[in-house]
Design a binder for this molecule. Structure first.
Ligand code: T1G
Length: 709
């Protein structure tokens, strides 16, 4: 018995319990504890079989990822060392039945595969999510899983990383029985039924491994699809290689090949970046001056002002989380359009199998509409999502201040406007906060939570918790222009225009970033969001630009020609009725004419320079945001960019990427750009400091500059 693993007896059945909160990770001592318990059980003649369970809310959620960081950072030598313990479980003379509740992920599912039988609660989830960390299963999962479920299912589970529900897993043989009633009682009863029967070891089952001829096209198709779906990533292809090894080699040789592929992935920059993203996404909820026990206000009802694209998406997010929501719009026609869009989006989700029709009906019943504030008096939270102008926002917040109960949270979905200025129109600035959703709000995981100068800690704590309830990654940011995400995005899309002015074709700019890993090129993103949006922001804030700063002009010209992007069928690209993009032969001619007028001399620009100028513009502005205290950690910025701006997780986010390249190298390039392109490339003080001190962004942390008064 160790303090991580204990066992008890239910008459003739032993129950081995893993107790390593919060997620029963396979930390050092856990695999050893299971094996030690089994050895004692072998010697206890009164025991016929053993059931393996997890204490708390879940079974094993995988290997302890922190141990990987110790290995790859050189703090620790050796290997993860789980596989030998699983062989001992499998070699138990008495049947071992795993009983799964919550999650059996990664090493947790590998433990289950090494057991002789698997039972689970109906809502349990089973998966091999290692690719989300840039690795592959490393404890025999690529060898045992195909033996249990066949190669195609194994490939799908290991390359998508998506978990499956126990009921589905039972249908394809991964689970032997779904227990509807009490799991432990059901598992012990099941163990009694199988006790004494011949034991089947998973590693000896080869009936589902197919033949070289039948497998070859499956592996070829899987590799082709992985190359397209996971552009630039190595782990999915490595997982396919390991599963193929299972069909060609003995179990032992297959495990050796799996280990070789596993460590190659683990020590790759891609995996280090993805593991950084994993922990950064969990770190964002830790706010230095807001302790974990800060009071959280009840949020049982939400009202939304504005039934446009954002208002409708936010209503869906709330309804999906079980919250009753009222959507108000002054214009009944806008309300009808808003509801129609919500219904259309839900029908798409039904088509894609995300929701059943019953679930959609349930959600639609939670959404009510209103043309006045009558229903706002008792709501716990209001989210304003009206047109992005300050006068309108101020008018709405003055009205909310009049009609909403004391204690209600008043939030704005503004993406650029000053939260303090909005809050100042109310008698309760401490209740005002920014909740910046990203479009489409019902899809994008990111939520920027904007702290105003007077926002109360309880309001912030409540919104951080609400973000999790809404299935969002909530990141706390300071109240500066464009907050964090959009403030960094401004120099990024500006630099894209400068690159075209200087001679790069629009397609070349976008292709360079997409080939590098971005989900979409900066110019195509402009077309998606509408070139008029950035045009209006540029105009509104031109007076705040640095004196003598170069101004981009191409998008202004496009907008003035009515080319607003996808919504007008033309922007940087031309779009057909299905909004598919194609190059527009008119663009090179127009650009050439406008550039000639400007006197800018054009030159060939390599993809490498395009990527550096784009990504380093993010890093430089990110450094400024950190030094000014508008973001708490570099990891927060990385979490924002990976979840809100299509930044590849396998590059870790802009700040992590800068550390990977080397802050000194980034700084030197930024200085060169400063020389060549002027004041907009002035290096951030923090970038300079870290470059000169040999520091990294990963360790830079600063308490939010704005402590509430
Ligand atoms: N290792 C270490 N810490 C972990 C962990 C893990 N596997 N999983 C979670 N945590 C910590 C997390 O950092 C947080 O800490 C706390 O637990 C709660 O997590 C050998 C190679 C299970 C679905 O990829 O997906 O096995 O911030 O906030 O929302 O082949 O955690 O409180 O200090 O996420 O309820 C494969 C990773 C590993 C699953 C629960 N397993 N975990 O979600 O809680 S590789 C995974 C999750 C592997 C083998 C291979 C989720 C969860 P803190 P949380 P949650």
């Amino acid at each position: 018995m160790t303090d991580l693993v204990r066992w008890t007896k239910e008459q003739d059945i032993a129950v081995i319990t893993i107790d390593n909160p919060p997620v029963n990770a396979l930390s050092p001592g856990v695999p050893e504890g299971i094996v030690a318990a089994l050895e004692q059980i072998q010697n206890d003649g009164s025991v016929k079989a053993a059931v393996l369970v997890g204490a708390g809310k879940t079974f094993i959620a995988g290997a302890d990822i922190r141990e990987f960081v110790k290995l790859t950072s050189g703090q620790q030598q050796g290997d993860i060392g789980i596989l030998p313990h699983l062989l001992k479980i499998e070699d138990s003379a008495k049947p071992v039945i795993v009983a799964i509740h919550g999650n059996a992920l990664g090493g947790g599912l590998e433990v289950a595969q090494a057991c002789h039988y698997r039972v689970a609660a109906a809502d349990a989830q089973l998966g091999q999510p290692e690719v989300n960390l840039g690795i592959i299963p490393g404890a025999g999962g690529t060898q045992r899983l195909p033996r249990l479920v066949g190669i195609e299912r194994a490939i799908e589970m290991c390359t998508t990383g998506k978990p499956v529900k126990a009921i589905e897993a039972a249908q394809f043989g991964l689970i032997d029985r779904v227990i509807e009633a009490d799991l432990l009682t059901g598992a012990v009863a099941f163990a009694r039924q199988v006790a004494g029967k011949p034991i089947r070891k998973t590693r000896e089952r080869n009936d589902k491994l197919g033949s070289a001829d039948s497998n070859a096209p499956v592996f070829a198709a899987a590799r082709e699809s992985a190359r397209q779906k996971y552009r630039g990533m190595i782990c999915q292809l490595a997982a396919i290689d390991a599963i193929e090894a299972a069909t060609k080699l003995s179990f032992e040789q297959g495990c050796t090949e799996e280990a070789r592929l596993f460590y190659r992935c683990l020590y790759s920059d891609q995996s280090k970046a993805q593991i950084h993203v994993f922990f950064a996404e969990r770190e964002v909820s830790k706010i230095p001056d807001i302790p974990k026990d800060t009071a959280v206000m009840p949020v049982h009802s939400v009202a939304i002002v504005g039934a446009g694209t954002m208002g409708g998406g936010i209503a869906m997010v709330c309804a999906n989380a079980g919250l009753p929501v009222v959507v108000k719009d002054t214009d009944p026609a806008a309300l009808d359009r808003g509801i129609a869009t919500i219904e259309k989006n839900y029908q798409m989700s039904v088509k894609r199998g995300r929701f059943t029709q019953e679930q959609v009906d349930e959600r639609m019943r939670r959404i009510r509409t209103a043309v006045d504030y009558d229903d706002f008096a008792n709501v716990d939270m209001v989210i304003e999502a009206v047109f992005e102008t300050m006068p309108l926002k101020k008018q709405v917040f003055a009205e909310l201040d009049r009609v909403c109960k004391r204690g209600a949270i008043l939030a704005s979905n503004t993406s650029t406007l000053n939260i303090d200025e909005i809050a100042a129109t109310t008698s309760r600035p401490e209740a005002v906060i920014g909740l910046h959703f990203f479009s489409p709000a019902n899809v994008m995981r990111l939520l920027e939570i904007v702290r105003g100068r007077r926002t109360a800690k309880e309001v912030i704590a409540t919104c951080m918790q609400l973000a999790r309830r809404l299935g969002k990654v909530g990141v706390l940011v300071g109240n500066c222009r464009g907050f964090v995400g959009n403030r960094m995005f401004l120099p990024y899309i500006r630099e894209a225009q400068f690159l075209v002015e200087e001679g790069a074709a629009p397609e070349a700019v976008d292709r360079a970033l997409v080939d590098w890993g971005m989900a979409m090129g900066p110019l195509a993103v402009g077309d998606l969001g509408g070139l008029d949006v950035a045009y209006r922001i540029r105009k509104e804030y031109r007076h705040l630009e640095k004196p003598g700063a170069r101004q981009p002009f191409l998008e202004d010209r496009l907008v003035e020609k009515g080319r607003l992007g996808q919504k007008t069928g033309a922007g940087w690209y031309r779009y057909d009725a299905e909004r598919r993009a194609s190059s527009d032969p008119e663009i090179p001619a127009m650009v050439e004419g406008w550039v000639r007028e400007s006197g800018i001399r054009q030159r060939p620009i390599a993809a490498e320079e395009i990527v550096e100028r784009e990504i380093y513009s993010l890093v430089n502005e990110g450094a400024r945001i950190l030094e000014e205290g508008y973001a708490l950690r570099a990891g927060d910025i990385d979490t924002i960019y990976v979840n809100g701006y299509g930044f590849p997780a396998y590059r870790g986010g802009p700040m992590w990427y800068a550390d990977t390249v080397g802050v000194k190298q980034v700084y030197e390039r930024v200085c060169e750009f400063h020389q060549r392109h002027g004041v907009l490339w002035e290096p951030a003080r923090l970038l300079k400091e870290l470059a000169e001190s040999g520091g990294t962004f990963a360790h830079f942390q600063r308490v939010a500059a704005q402590a509430s008064d």
